[in-house]
Design a protein around this ligand. Sequence first.
Ligand SMILES: CC[C@@H](C(=O)O)C(=O)SCCNC(=O)CCNC(=O)[C@H](O)C(C)(C)COP(=O)(O)OP(=O)(O)OC[C@H]1O[C@@H](n2cnc3c(N)ncnc32)[C@H](O)[C@@H]1OP(=O)(O)O
Ligand SMILES: [Co+2]
Length: 134
Amino acid sequence: MLGRLNHVAIAVPDLAAATAVYRDTLGAKVTQPQTLPEHGVTVVFIDTVNTKIELLEPLGENSPIAAFLEKNPAGGMHHICYEVDDIIVSRDRLKAAGARILGDGDPKIGAHGKPVLFLHPKDFLGTLVELEQA
Ligand SMILES: CC[C@@H](C(=O)O)C(=O)SCCNC(=O)CCNC(=O)[C@H](O)C(C)(C)COP(=O)(O)OP(=O)(O)OC[C@H]1O[C@@H](n2cnc3c(N)ncnc32)[C@H](O)[C@@H]1OP(=O)(O)O
Ligand SMILES: [Co+2]
């Protein structure tokens, strides 16, 4: 079922400062910030040739990354995103296997304009997993 690793996401308290670390210290090309109110985050991406890094900053009062940053105030690795060929088939198969799909269970449009959904970290070795339609 799993395809390519699309991105590894890092939650950060200050996106401008995090961008500076990747751009100025690590010499990476960082995209312009993208605000995603439906996801409660502002994001930038860094292309690392074989995959991407997504830096996430909370947006709005109900950001899903707020509690994570309270526990990890300096930031930290937040989720990994795998591509799947058919997100509905994958969702239904995972549900049948007992995995918890977060939110209302229906995919939302993610940062790349494609459907995404999230799987509970407690069902996947303590790692929050995002699936993105390939
Ligand atoms: C930009 C759009 C999109 C893209 O296209 O790439 C994105 O990436 S959006 C990214 C942000 N969106 C999401 O993360 C949506 C899904 N996430 C959630 O629904 C919540 O964050 C969560 C996973 C349900 C956690 O919410 P929280 O309020 O922190 O709940 P709890 O405190 O009850 O946590 C339960 C339990 O899970 C542990 N936890 C929480 N977050 C993570 C994490 N990122 N990685 C690993 N473990 C995590 C948390 O510590 C709790 O554990 P215990 O303390 O042991 O109970
Ligand atoms: Co993501």
